[in-house]
Ligand binder design. Structure first.
Ligand SMILES: Cc1cc2nc3c(=O)[nH]c(=O)nc-3n(C[C@H](O)[C@H](O)[C@H](O)COP(=O)(O)OP(=O)(O)OC[C@H]3O[C@@H](n4cnc5c(N)ncnc54)[C@H](O)[C@@H]3O)c2cc1C
Length: 409
């Protein structure tokens, strides 16, 4: 036996401290269960991660009695989503009518959000978050997963659990360890992310600009703009070969209000490339282990709903697996299958909508050689219908089959 190897036992071991994992850890600990969450990084700091907290997530926070404390943390709020196409400005979504107290998208650095939830979770005795600790492999008992073999700052550690939930993101190690392969649904684009400063005279909103073969998105971060420069998949090297000056000029032409600050991009190091993927597992579990969040389904950035789906998965898992853990012993396959049945529908519907928009709008724009002069007539017609803007607002802000916290004994 390796003397350096420690052993821990918990009802649930969660691999990955992203939005899905931290929220699930909170929810299970709140129900009185012991839960160990493993996070391979030493902190939650990630630049250009999803930082949008949608009304569906804030409704969950409200049900947990956490919304007021959450909104006291620094954040910005977006209520209207608008697109600029040629000479047209079209307001695509108006969130002022979505159900719940928070009728806006809150923009908060993901690390602040995760710190907030994990601080609240630490108040429950069953919650244990092991930072700098990477889940490496699965511990098996017969054909079922019975725990996780991990590596932390003090060496190797075995966590034995009645259920393991893999929340380790789109490049999930646990998925590979369980020999699971997601189905690729295809994405026609990649995104360059960067920051530009924000001036008091700028509009407070999320803005989109469409040019020849490019879409430029500005997300309001209070004191700066988070900018996404959407290009055709694989075109990054071509864009870089044209040079940083050409890149800056393209931003300035598309978004003239930002022309006076494109020089803030000093080198390509200020521009980060995100390779966009849309995929999902057909089966979200093996005996003893469940996959949720990006580990089960990587979402397209269309609509910025990845975090919120991850949180909704965590709420469904907290309800279904949390109830099953009221009984002693390993969690049955049927319980894990119930989580998949509950969450597959919103995942499939959201991805279908994203893939439709990717194929029919984004791919067409990215193929175009000249900037459009006006927004497509169908778009202008739809947004002119009173109340229409509430539909995209509901789809983005609340989504399909919103989850609620189930009360327990
Ligand atoms: C550049 C970028 C921009 C995005 N923008 C948005 C946006 O604006 N809005 C939005 O809603 N979504 C956005 N997303 C998507 C969003 O970030 C994800 O959908 C969401 O974070 C998924 O949450 P998750 O908890 O499932 O996985 P993740 O957030 O990926 O978290 C996984 C966690 O597991 C940890 N981990 C991985 N492997 C191991 C291991 N073996 N052991 C222990 N820990 C491990 C990782 O360090 C990470 O903390 C963006 C994604 C990217 C990459």
């Amino acid at each position: 036996m390796n003397p350096a190897r420690r052993t821990l036992t918990a009802r649930c071991c969660v691999v990955g401290g992203g939005p899905a994992g931290i929220m699930l850890g909170y929810l299970l600990a709140r129900r009185g269960h012991s839960v160990v969450v493993l996070e391979k990084h030493g902190d939650f700091l990630r630049d250009f991660r999803g930082d949008t907290v949608h009304p569906s997530t804030m409704n969950v926070l409200d049900e947990l009695g956490l919304l007021d404390a959450f909104l006291q943390r620094p954040h910005s709020e977006i209520q209207h989503l608008a697109g600029h196409v040629g000479t047209d400005t079209v307001e695509i979504a108006d969130l002022s009518h979505v159900p719940g107290r928070a009728k806006f998208i809150a923009i908060m650095p993901q690390w602040d959000f995760l710190n907030f939830i994990s601080e609240k979770a630490r108040a429950f005795p069953g919650f244990q978050l092991l930072m700098n600790t990477a889940g490496d492999d699965i511990i098996r008992e017969g054909n079922r997963v019975a725990g996780i073999r991990a590596n932390g700052p003090d060496g190797q550690i075995d966590i034995h659990a009645d259920v393991v939930v893999a929340c380790d993101g789109r490049h999930s190690t646990m998925r590979s360890a369980a020999l699971m392969q997601p189905r690729d649904l295809g994405a026609p684009m990649d995104v360059f992310w960067m920051r530009l400063s924000k001036k008091p005279t700028d509009q407070n909103a999320a803005l989109g600009f469409i040019g020849a073969g490019v879409i430029l998105v500005f997300i309001d971060r209070s004191d700066y703009w988070q900018c996404g420069f959407v290009i055709a998949k694989g075109a990054a090297e071509r864009v870089k070969a044209r040079g940083l000056d050409a890149f800056r000029n393209e931003i300035a032409t598309l978004a003239p209000f930002a022309a006076d600050r494109v020089d803030e991009l000093k080198s390509w190091d200020d521009v980060k490339l995100l390779s966009v993927a849309v995929d999902r597992l057909d089966r979200w579990f093996v005996p003893g282990m469940l996959f949720i969040g990006d580990a089960a389904h990587a979402m397209s950035p269309v609509g910025g709903v990845g975090i919120n789906l991850a949180i909704q998965d965590a709420v469904a898992t907290g309800n279904i697996v949390g109830a099953a853990l009221e009984r002693p012993g390993p969690v049955a396959d049927e319980t894990l299958e119930r989580v998949q049945r509950r969450r597959m529908f919103p995942t499939v519907m959201t991805q279908a909508l994203q893939v439709f928009i990717q194929r029919n709008i984004i791919a067409a724009v990215l193929r175009s050689e000249a900037p459009p002069k006006r927004a497509p007539w169908i778009m202008r017609l739809l947004v002119s219908i009173p109340g229409f803007r509430r539909i995209p607002a509901y789809t983005v802000g609340i989504g399909f089959r919103p989850e609620h916290i189930e009360q327990h004994g």
